[in-house]
Write a protein that binds this ligand. Sequence first.
Ligand SMILES: [Ca+2]
Ligand SMILES: [Ca+2]
Ligand SMILES: [Ca+2]
Ligand SMILES: [Ca+2]
Length: 224
Amino acid sequence: MDGVEVPVLIDDAITTDEDTDVTEQITADPNEQDFIPNAQTTTFNTPGAVTLTTPLGGGTVVNFAQGDWTANGAGDVWTLDLVDGGDNYGQLIVDASDPEAVTATLDIPDAADSAWEPMDTGDTATIVFDYSADVEGSESATVTINVDGVNDAPVAVDDIVITNTREDIDVPHSALMANDSDIDEDEELEITDVTPDAFIDGDFVTVPGSNRLKTQALKMLALM
Ligand SMILES: [Ca+2]
Ligand SMILES: [Ca+2]
Ligand SMILES: [Ca+2]
Ligand SMILES: [Ca+2]
């Protein structure tokens, strides 16, 4: 060696979930692994291309080019909107304004706008990109952000059944659940509970008849 010190950057793994923003330091403390010589004069380059991979839709890969990053005026903070057509995965931010404490941030959109929502427990997506410093030699490392899916509750909507009989009536589950939904992909709704005196009978919910016509509120719990 001729005494020239080159930066040493070590790969970073960050984990969050579909509902939670995350910011982590990717150089120096707390990792104490990257070596940034002459830290205050070290400059970082525009982060590299970004690959976003999710298990949704049987497997989705979205690529963003290095040119999709937007730099701030000082050229040491970059942002990238993770938007693919109508799918909004939020925003990535790399802040290298302090070379010894470069941070990577994933800002998750609000649930109503978020393309992450259909992920379920057990699903994991990844966002992968390289970052590099360029002082007396070049060095790069890879950031992998793991985004875990979260189970979202189903939304059960009230149903009205009109009958002109005093006999028991059997209402198919499929009819009661036709207006219910669950944002998680491939989730099958199931009626697990009803209020008495109604009861679950196979694929039907039975509402007992009575000697007089009455209105019976039938409450369902759909769990998945
Ligand atoms: Ca690192
Ligand atoms: Ca979800
Ligand atoms: Ca669910
Ligand atoms: Ca319903």
